[in-house]
Design a protein around this ligand. Structure first.
Ligand code: PHE
Length: 395
């Protein structure tokens, strides 16, 4: 397969790249002079994803999006060939840090795209920041990921916004007066969402009647849900990934919770229906993108993705695609400006200047913390899968 071939080529090229790195100096990169002003060469990019472990579905979809973006450009930016080195972080912090260290020292990547969950991406961002290597997380939404870090970016919106979107939706669309929350105390993504939802729901005049928590890996939630049931909330906010959420939804109905279930981007997988059954239906969650979105970038992407993978792209796939294209766009601008696209600092500078980039998940300009400012969509869980309900803009 072509990926294997590319990996073999990468191994061949590794030697010359290492030499070039020692050579230092600005200007253009090594190898294959083409007689033109820009000589071309190879640019190595790391792809760090949870390809096995608890959220491997997420890892696979995100990688598919990333790979499609590179593939559509023939893995070329100007005269340079992009060489992607993929590593499995197993959704484990220690493993992720080791893998990223390997990408930096052995592969000498200029940038890393990854990981999926904030819990992994935060420690990874610290290693990359230290090494002055560009980091773009396609999907990690926890607020803490980017602030204060020069080299760290993301392609998705962040949780303060996402929590507010769902609080506003609950108050304005569902007329909810009361809310309860059940979250994973060991996951910064889940905790951050709980806090932003709670603050916004109160600010908008609602009442948070109960907050309960659990830990990563828990399977039994009936005690917390029974205490939530006794408060009869209009909505129950479940800010976590599809696997605990499916189980929680089932157990919630068993103990008599009648609230409308609400969630966030972590719900975005068809497994939420397999695990949640009828209990998950008629819930709502915020997301980065809807397949029903009617813009040319999105339509072309959906078409190409279906052709390549024989299935519909999730928001993760769309964010992976946008992250890879954001990186290639920055590299292109470095080349156009006569710079050295093998220098992470120059890529970083170009990325920061990204303006009005037309992505599948929206138009991207970074704020001062390298967070894209863009809309969220709210989707409903129905018998026929996710259904688009509304779009919410940052105000
Ligand atoms: N936003 C989640 C996190 O930061 C990851 C995620 C993104 C999950 C999109 C599903 C869909 O942990």
């Amino acid at each position: 397969m072509h990926w294997a071939r590319r990996a073999a080529l990468a191994a061949l090229l590794a030697g010359s790249l290492a030499l070039a790195a020692c050579g230092g100096g600005g200007g253009s990169a090594p190898t294959s002079g083409d007689g033109g002003g820009s000589q071309g060469g190879t640019i190595k990019v790391g792809l760090l994803m949870p390809l096995t472990g608890q959220i491997s579905q997420f890892g696979e979809q995100t990688s598919n999006g990333v790979k499609l973006a590179f593939q559509q450009k023939g893995s070329k930016v100007g005269n340079y060939t992009i060489d992607v080195v993929t590593e499995d972080d197993k959704n484990d912090e220690a493993e992720a840090v080791q893998r990223v260290q390997k990408l930096i020292t052995e592969d000498q990547v200029v940038a890393v795209i990854g990981s999926v969950s904030s819990r992994i991406s935060i420690p990874v961002s610290e290693v990359l920041e230290q090494a002055s290597v560009v980091h773009i997380s396609p999907t990690s939404t926890a607020d803490a990921l980017t602030p204060g870090k020069e080299f760290v970016f993301r392609a998705c919106f962040y949780d303060s916004f996402q929590g507010r979107v769902m609080a506003r939706f609950a108050r304005e669309h569902l007329n909810a007066q009361t809310a309860a929350i059940l979250y994973d105390i060991t996951n910064p993504y889940s905790e951050g969402l709980y806090k932003s939802f709670e603050a916004a729901f109160k600010e908008l005049g609602g009442q948070v009647v109960k907050v309960e928590s659990y830990q990563k890996g828990d399977q039994e939630f009936r005690a917390q849900l029974t205490s939530i049931a006794s408060t009869h909330p209009d909505v129950l906010f479940l800010p976590d990934y599809y696997n605990p959420v499916g189980l929680i939804a089932q157990q919630a109905r068993q103990v008599g919770v009648e609230a409308t279930l609400l969630g966030a981007d972590g719900w975005d997988d068809s497994q939420v229906y397999e695990l949640g059954g009828d209990a998950i239906l008629n819930g709502y969650f915020s997301n980065h993108y809807s397949i029903e979105q009617d813009n040319p970038e999105s339509k072309a992407f959906v078409e190409a993705y279906r052709q390549e993978y024989g299935q519909d792209p999730s928001a993760l796939a769309a964010l992976g695609y946008d992250a890879a294209n954001l990186l290639m766009d920055a590299i292109q601008r470095v080349i156009d400006g006569g710079g050295d696209p093998t220098d992470p600092r120059q890529i970083r500078d170009a990325l920061e200047k990204t303006e009005g980039f037309k992505g599948v998940t929206g138009t991207i300009t970074f704020d001062e913390n390298h967070n894209p400012v863009k809309d969220a969509v709210v989707l409903q869980t129905t018998q026929d899968g996710h259904k688009y309900v509304t779009t919410v803009s940052p105000q």
